[in-house]
Design a protein around this ligand. Sequence first.
Ligand code: PMT
Length: 403
Amino acid sequence: MAAHTLSGKKILLGVCGSIAAYKACDLTRHLRKLGAEVTVVLTSGGARFVSPLTFAALSAARVYGPMFDAQDAHTIPHINLGRDHDLILVAPATAQTIARFAGGLADDLLSTLVLAADCPVLVCPAMNSRMFTHPATQANLEKISAFGYQVVPPDSGPMACKEEGPGRLPELAVMVSAVEKVFTPQDLAGKRLLITAGPTEEPLDPVRYLSNRSSGKMGYALARAALRRGGQVVLVSGPCGLEPPPGLELVSVRTAREMYEAVLERFAEVDIVVKCAAVSDFRPARCAPVKLKKKGADLFLELAANEDILHTLGTRKQGQILVGFAAESQGHLAAGKEKLAAKNLDMIVINDIQGESTGFQADTNQVTILTREGAVQELPLLSKEETAMAIFDSVVALAGGGR
Ligand code: PMT
């Protein structure tokens, strides 16, 4: 199975003196879980909030602190730490440390190694909102952005100081996705994508509905992959209860009719559509306004056909790349080819929905990608994240082919 983007990446995590320093513990754990090696450098303020011992245990590595530590003098850490890492991530970054970076100061280990570094630097500010919005801090952030450091904007909300406003350390998921982006080619930058995910629910009465086993995992993995590659994403999602990744526009729908309207409304504004949702082909012809009572032994349902959303897009497309999915249990390739042609698609992703490790609900998938030009690519069993990345490799190749 292919490795995660962060697998084997060496990340130097600078932790400064903010109450948000405790969140850097979770960040360390999470980055390691994704396969990264994490080395922590604590400023003197950072060490007052969380002890070096905590970070040593969480990172399973030596934690660096004061600049003039005789123990390290022979390894020249202020030069070598920056040189030996793939990324310097500063989270939380305080006003003081940001000012140090902006002024080119080298009066502690973190500021010195940042000054000497030749790897990317990602800064996640965390401070009181008046400190954050102060013109001095804003000017410093502009300055470090001009140096090429990336700044992840802080969240807004209630803070430890009992004030509210911008300055909270971004959520873990936001910081992790910013880190993943550093290591991912931004080949969807400037592209607007519409991705559909999950099932639809077709109500029969206020408590019952027709639906299917789609968990939304494949569609949400596609949305995460597109965001990571720099795309602007609208996710039209049926009810699946998954946490949407940060940084996209989520449109929640329930029925096929609602999905049809949400997709059609946005179609003209996007460059790429990936229709991964498992849309109900039929709905109960009538939805009872009150719970249906049990009358006799049998109940016959009359079903009405739903619109085929993808087919409609195929008749209206004007330069958009249209990617469909095909959920198949037999004659996969032939059925996929037929759907590709019938719905006027540029690409179709065929998945087997019979195995336990592919298709509905699984964390993995095994797909075959067919393009309109006749190219066939069979992918191995991969996680849905990896499958999504491979699908976008093909989409990017298509988009580069003169569209
Ligand atoms: O959500 P998971 O649990 O992760 O599972 C993922 C998945 C199996 C749902 C996904 O990988 C998948 O195969 N999605 C497509 C399911 C499906 O509806 O396939 P289909 O062969 O019936 O439809 C073909 C295409 O037409 C699909 O792109 C579908 O979105 C679209 N369609 C279908 C019917 C309809 N009324 N409107 C549509 O747009």
